[in-house]
Design a protein around this ligand. Structure first.
Ligand SMILES: [Mg+2]
Length: 401
């Protein structure tokens, strides 16, 4: 159900943080009972920032959720964006500067933040497989032991720095797309590497010799032609240990399974930037990649993607867990009565919050991607509330509880 929040409505001050338990006059003073407080999940681009500018009233809006005394939030608060390409700590520091509040890295969920858990799971699986191989080899029936799994690389699509972020999450044998072209310029004949430009990863030459096992489309491609070529090469390469860039027979032709996992971290087709009209985003790149892959296989193959980012449930499960941890740290009563998810993109912000269900409440702002065109709500993904900007969105949530 849509609802407008009038500009200039009453500002409800956030509840004060509880005093620390202590002894006064020889008796223990219990903290006063607190009432349940809503949580807030804010999109960044189009809600707080637009290109290089901070959206009007955004800093004032976020400060509604911060206490004056210690500069800490008074409500569970996350910044949930389909942006990325940097570490959560770097994005938190930049947000702190722009908004004038203290944002912790744990309050930032980027499109690729779930990769950290994926890297941990893959490392655990690899360790388990290695242990099983060692045990079998030590057995008297060593002849029956399975051969060790050959190493593969993780090809990272995104601007400079993305490969380091992936390595920071715990992935091994990380290869930046630009490094693949620097090591073997013939791979992308129309995108010669710039002379003298250093490698992003010092082990790029050795890693580029490995077959690609995983592709991470972490952020916007800086060279669609080069990167689509690299990913299609990986998808069409025969299974290891054959050369990675051998002439192509679909590796998945035999059993229908796609050997190379492709993780797409952001499905957004566009994003609001400095240009008057929205610009193509990472979702546009994966759309083009899927079309080229289908054509390259004569229409026999359809690209299978592991999807992260809004509106997918993995993002909302991660966000809900972080908000619950904040609620406990703030000593707020359970359960949280509502989670207000504020965004400007109906297909990601609104669809994601609506899909999460439960106490999630979608709030669509007119400030960014969605102008509305005079409509009261989005016809495809209607939000619970439609307001002008993030200040009205936060005021709406505070006033309701
Ligand atoms: Mg947005």
């Amino acid at each position: 159900m849509a609802g407008r929040c009038a500009a200039g409505r009453r500002r409800r001050p956030p509840p004060p943080p509880p005093p620390p338990p202590g002894r006064r006059g020889g008796a223990t003073t219990p903290p006063p009972p607190r009432r349940p407080a809503p949580a807030f999940v804010l999109d960044i681009d189009g809600v707080l920032l637009r290109g290089g500018a901070t959206i009007r009233r955004a800093p004032d809006a976020v400060r509604l959720l911060y206490g004056a005394a210690d500069g800490a939030p008074t409500h569970p608060l996350l910044f949930l964006t389909n942006g990325g390409g940097v570490t959560e700590a770097a994005r938190a520091a930049a947000l702190s500067d722009r908004l004038g509040v203290r944002v912790q890295a744990s309050q930032v969920v980027l499109s690729h933040t779930p990769l950290a858990a994926m890297a941990v799971a893959e490392a655990a699986a690899a360790a388990k497989a290695a242990a099983a191989t060692a045990t079998a080899a030590a057995d008297a029936s060593a002849a029956a032991a399975a051969p060790p799994t050959p190493p593969t690389s993780v090809l990272v699509i995104g601007g400079r720095g993305c490969a380091d972020v992936a390595a920071g999450y715990g992935f091994r044998n990380v290869l930046a797309a630009a490094d693949a072209a620097r090591v073997a310029p013939s791979v992308a004949p129309f995108s010669p590497p710039r002379r003298g430009e250093p490698l992003e990863r010092p082990d790029a030459e050795a890693v580029a010799a490995l077959p690609v096992g995983t592709v991470l489309v972490m952020h916007d491609s800086t060279d669609w032609g080069r990167d689509i070529q690299l990913v299609v090469d990986a998808l069409l390469a025969p299974p290891p240990p054959a050369p990675t860039h051998a002439p192509a027979v679909p590796a998945d032709a035999a059993d229908g399974a796609q050997r190379v996992q492709v993780v797409a971290c952001n499905a957004d087709l566009t994003f609001p930037a400095d240009h008057p009209a929205p610009r193509l985003a990472t979702g546009a790149f994966t759309t083009a990649l899927a079309a080229v892959y289908a054509a390259a296989t004569g229409g026999r193959r359809r690209l299978a993607l592991t999807r992260l980012g809004k509106p997918h449930g993995v993002q909302y499960a991660l966000a809900a867990g972080r908000l619950e941890a904040q609620r406990v740290a703030l000593r707020l009563p359970a359960p949280t009565p509502a989670i207000y998810a504020v965004g400007d993109n109906p297909a990601s912000d609104v669809a994601g919050a609506n899909g999460a269900g439960g106490v999630w409440r979608s709030v669509l702002v007119r400030a960014g991607n969605w102008g509305g065109g005079g409509a009261a709500n989005d016809p495809v993904h209607p939000a619970h509330h439609v307001v002008d900007d993030v200040y009205d969105a936060i005021s709406l949530g505070l006033d309701a509880h």
